[in-house]
Design a protein around this ligand. Sequence first.
Ligand code: AMP
Length: 211
Amino acid sequence: MILVLLGAPGAGKGTLAEYLKDVLKVPVISTGNLLRDAIAQGTELGTAAKQYMDKGQLVPDELIVGITLQKLSSDDCSSGAILDGFPRTVAQAEALDAHLKVDMALSIEVPDEQIVSRMAGRRTCPKCQSTYHVVNNPPKQEGVCDNCGTELETRRDDATEVVRKRLSVYHSQTEPVKQYYAQQGKLVSMDGVGSVAETEHRGLQALEAWL
Ligand code: AMP
């Protein structure tokens, strides 16, 4: 199954993806994580992408489409995948459709002002990319990743000014993707406000109702 998770930055796509991957038994492809890994490794892609990411802009379609489709065609994804952060433009959705069939697009809805306050408390592991929230989803030991023991960081693009830019980019460039999947009869929207457990529960219910 190919499940696309849509929603503003900080809506909870990554957290829900990690939860649903055990239900669907397929891997998660997070394009944001792919790009951050490329930056950490100092690759050409990483260098090119960083200038856009730091400003809260999308990286150009030609930089992200090829690498995502390549990942999707790997053996790991033979049973499908959960896409977190892709497609973010209608052109990316069309490129994806040209390669494989998307089964469902699940959009997590959270009001902008709640996104801004959520992001201020988000902490990310620079090594394994796990995410936490200082209040809603704290690590067991303050400031330290539960999975790998690395010191947690605040992502540069989680700074409030950058988050506001990312939200405006989301509304102008990514929201049309919802309409794209709605026209195909594949869009399901869910409320993303509440605790992690509540959101996971709603996501599971939406998925089960769809299946
Ligand atoms: P995320 O971790 O999904 O919030 O992504 C972080 C940043 O990576 C975004 O603000 C974009 O700059 C970039 N990015 C991730 N996925 C995509 C995509 N599908 N298309 C364009 N840019 C992307």
